[in-house]
Design a protein around this ligand. Structure first.
Ligand SMILES: Nc1ncnc2c1ncn2[C@@H]1O[C@H](COP(=O)(O)OP(=O)(O)O)[C@@H](O)[C@H]1O
Ligand SMILES: [Mg+2]
Length: 338
């Protein structure tokens, strides 16, 4: 378990990068951390490793206070943490298997044990047939697999990933995310993943935190966060594509939370009620088995009240907004009592 309490970090020079961060990540959980550039994400991950300690508060990993440990206790705690970065930094003069063996050599693991462990790690990341290849002979995704295997060499309990897929194409990203999920399932490790890609959060995270100016602006399970539909994080996780709406249009936005009717049921209902509403945009995702989404209807002004009443009557949260607000991505005040 990872527990941060009141974590602050003032960088030399006086920049406050973290300001009272509280965060708990349970064992075996995959937790995403998102936020704008400069929000403090990388600082947070460095505090988690103990490499660049917090200036206030406590960082506990499996009960060990990384922020106050030193010497052998800190070294042992650090071995329980694996790190994966956007750019893998493999040793070019070493093969895939030699790169994976490197941290084991440094730790003084005997050769026979090292070979056994490297074989096992190559199997876990699916690179057994590439063991003799140098980094220049590997694709970006394969290099990231070597990086992950290397991070796992010391059998960490926690894997910290800073933008692990940001340099990869979407198909490779999916493969790496599948691998991370498999590792969690097989090894039971806890994963913290920093990313600016909402698709990464949707795809593998159990829970997510939004960092803003060094503070946790929002934190919760993925579904809870998404269901809080008017918050900026929910809007980014379930984003609507931009559409050109004519300024006169009345716009109704409906939210699917997975607890009420699904999109098919909503459309069937509107058909039965004979409501003249056009769908201007929609996003539907299945997260942890629940269908969640946003539907944006464009409707004649005279129909808007009936559309709202029918949607709300069926248990669908719905709000009236204007074309201008819909374009800006925020919602008008009217109707927010839904
Ligand atoms: N080593 C450092 N020295 C001084 N300021 C730093 C240092 N590292 C980061 N910062 C500052 O701390 C803030 C948070 O940075 P960072 O953690 O890198 O954010 P993120 O990873 O979310 O982009 C920024 O204002 C940044 O300029
Ligand atoms: Mg960063």
């Amino acid at each position: 378990m990872i527990e941060l309490r009141g974590v602050g970090k003032v960088h030399p020079g006086g920049v406050t990068a973290l300001d009272g961060v509280d965060l708990t990540v349970a064992d075996g959980e995959i937790h995403g951390i998102v936020g704008r550039s400069g929000a403090g994400k990388s600082t947070l991950i460095r505090c988690l490793t103990g490499l660049d300690p917090a200036t206030s508060g406590t960082v506990r990993i499996d009960g060990v206070d990384i922020s106050s440990a030193s010497g052998a206790a800190l070294a042992k705690a650090r071995r329980s943490i694996g790190m994966v970065f956007q750019h893998v930094n493999l040793l070019d003069s070493r093969t895939a298997e030699q790169n994976i063996a490197h941290p084991l050599e440094i730790a003084g693991v005997p050769a026979a044990e090292r070979r056994r462990r490297v074989d096992e790690l190559l199997g876990i990341v699916g690179l057994t047939d590439r063991r003799g290849n140098y980094p220049s002979q590997l694709s970006g995704g394969q290099k990231q697999r070597v990086g992950i295997a290397r991070a796992l060499a010391a059998e960490p309990r926690v894997l910290l990933c800073d933008e692990p897929t940001s340099a990869l194409d979407s198909a490779t990203t999916r493969q790496i995310l599948d691998l991370v999920r498999t590792l969690r399932d097989r090894l039971g490790i806890t994963v913290v993943i920093i990313t600016h890609e909402m698709s990464v959060v949707r795809e593998i995270c159990d829970s997510v935190s939004l960092l803003d100016s060094g503070r946790v602006a929002r934190s919760g399970t993925l579904l809870d966060v998404v269901r809080d539909e008017s918050t900026p994080l929910a809007k980014e996780l379930i984003a609507l594509p931009p559409v050109a709406l004519d300024d006169e249009a009345t716009v109704v936005e409906a939210f699917l939370t997975g607890t009420g009717p699904d999109a098919g049921a909503v459309f069937a209902l509107l058909g039965r009620e004979g409501i003249a509403a056009e769908i201007a945009a929609g996003t539907i995702e299945t997260l942890h088995g629940a269908q969640v989404g946003r539907l944006r209807f464009s409707t004649p002004a005279a129909e808007a009240d009936r559309l709202l009443a029918v949607l709300r009557g069926a248990g669908v949260r719905a709000e009236l907004t204007t074309a201008g607000a819909a374009r800006r991505g925020d919602l008008a005040d009217e109707g927010s009592d839904a």
